[in-house]
Design a protein. Sequence first.
Length: 365
Amino acid sequence: MKIIRIIHTHDWNDNCRHYYKSIKGTVYCRYFNKPTFYTCTEIGEPCDPVDPDRFEIVEAFYILEDLLELAIRAHNWTSQVPEKRGEAMIKEHSAELESDLEFVRQHGGDEKRYTENYRKYFSAWLHAHSRCFSVLVTGAANFPTRKHQKANDSEHKRSEEFRQWREKARKAIVRDFNRANTTPSSEIERVRRQIADAEAEQQRMKMANKIIRKYKSNPLDAVAELIEKVGIPEKHARAVASPDCIGDVGYARYRLQNNNANIRRMKERLVELEKKEAASGNETVTLEFTGGDLHLNFEQDRLQIEFPGKPDSKTITLLKKNGFRWSPSNRAWQRQLTSNALIAATNVTDVDAKTLFAKFREAGN
């Protein structure tokens, strides 16, 4: 027997099949109107949702149910029915957290860390909400207006912090996932497209300036030719042909210079990526250090640090400060394989820097 945790908030009448993966298998179930614990008699085998005899309801709960008392207390002075408001709040955010955890799982994020932070910010919001009060509940006599405003401002601030943290956390998870799954070949294509776009923009700006110079007496007369030959919208053409704050017309010189500098930088990046792609067929180079192994994984374009077990909190903090992120699929702390990554690795481990850079150069980098 194994207790398998099923979280959902839909009605039983919704016959859509849904499943949650456990450690050792997958369980199929129908939706309940509350989250439910199931005991599955056949671990690792899908359970038919139509056969109720193969399930036993052990306990019904919400994933944030331990915060129910706090949620009710948060509405004691703002609602005539704090129990209903508190339960609705817990139900809503339990569903949101479970949805977020599914998102975190799909992107290889840290579920435990996300849950801890979600609970921390949510609890802080509830505590701030518990200090708010409504005139409809307390009565209008001797109503402390300034205290009321201060409590509302604090509650609003905690609510904004909660939402801003959630938005930033999801973006960070996606960014780390994309970074971990970027290959040299896909990066090369992206940089080539950026170079082509920047070069095309450079030519458009130069052509526009050349056309505008023909209409020195009245630059706005160049609008029609700008639309026809450069292919820019009328509104944009008028803006380009109109004098700026210092009386100049056309694209400013600094814009062309900056765009040229970006093109040169991207071309240098392209050369570096092409060298990496040429070296991607090389075998992974492994160097030992005190407490683990360091891998130059040319195939995945990653510098990976592997420990025999979970490192202590001090080491994890040091790894993160130096740009390393945990990769569940590779079971290693890793970052993109660059010269800066080699320097970061020497900050985290006691591997010999000269040996590390020599191995890196041998691969043609």
